[in-house]
Design a protein around this ligand. Sequence first.
Ligand SMILES: O=P(O)(O)O[C@H]1O[C@H](CO)[C@@H](O)[C@H]1O
Ligand SMILES: O=c1cc[nH]c(=O)[nH]1
Length: 315
Amino acid sequence: MSTFIPIKTAEQLATYVPQLGPLQVRNPHICDMKEDVLYHIALGNKTHDLKDMFKDVKFVCFGGSPNRMQSFAKYMIKVLNYKLPAGQDLCDIAHGSDRYVLYKVGPVLSVSHGMGSPSLSIIFHEIYKLVHHAGCSDVVFFRIGTSGGLGLEPGSVVITDEAVDGLLRPYMEVATLGMLLQHPSRLTQEVAQELLSMADPENDFTTIIGKTMSTLDFYEGQARLDGAFCDYTEEDKMAFLKRIHNRGICNIEMESLCFAASCYRAGIKSAVVCVTLLDRLKGDQISTPHDVLEEWQKRPQRLIAAYIKKHLGIE
Ligand SMILES: O=P(O)(O)O[C@H]1O[C@H](CO)[C@@H](O)[C@H]1O
Ligand SMILES: O=c1cc[nH]c(=O)[nH]1
């Protein structure tokens, strides 16, 4: 089959405007459907009263690991001094499916997205439709992640200003109906700047804004030498990492491109904040003790929590 690559024109891009008022899904078919089953989170707009369950949601926080997103939900309970309904524990609302976890703490959703763009893309579709069915408005989406840094002390925090793919292209290319569609990946610069301004100057780690490379794989996709396959030399690897570092890439992970492209397409304000677990200019393996990694993973969480508190007017 032949392919062609339609590049979106400026006029088409202009339709990607921020959403004001209740969030609308940009899919005309949804309103014609008798029922919308959100299969991977075991919810649906006929089986559940999504308005009643989720109408107050204002912040949706995504992260790869189910445990991290449970810890984040517990952390938000403390930060917001949130009282769970009497006799209830924090529960995984998506427990009817074992694909993702979903927790709600007042206006905050904490959702796992698994690893890589395909996994993130599926949960993004369903969460976006969920907040639409619930009638939510002025929602901000965050990705709270981990990454490999370039020339940064491990444990540093990177707020992404631009997500690019493994070829340094600022769009996500998706095969759709036999065509390659390019979805621009744009994050909300004001949110990134505001997050940066909220980084505590007393921190013993740096927080910076920079470009993030988002790859399709952890090993060869990120120029590692320690995967099961490797057809390049250490010199090739270092030349590549130094080249992308010189082109402004601060860190490498696997979902920021899809996340940024999906939020931009949806007209949803968004930010990506990742801690770096190692300096990729110095190695490939993550051998830092687990308890230290756990502590580092809390750094992006604290920044997002501070943003949420500020925007809820909580001192
Ligand atoms: O820590 P999370 O959010 O999963 O992000 C990073 O970690 C995973 C790889 O170990 C990839 O998903 C990558 O993007
Ligand atoms: O090097 C790393 C570390 C975390 N996540 C990644 O994708 N890469």
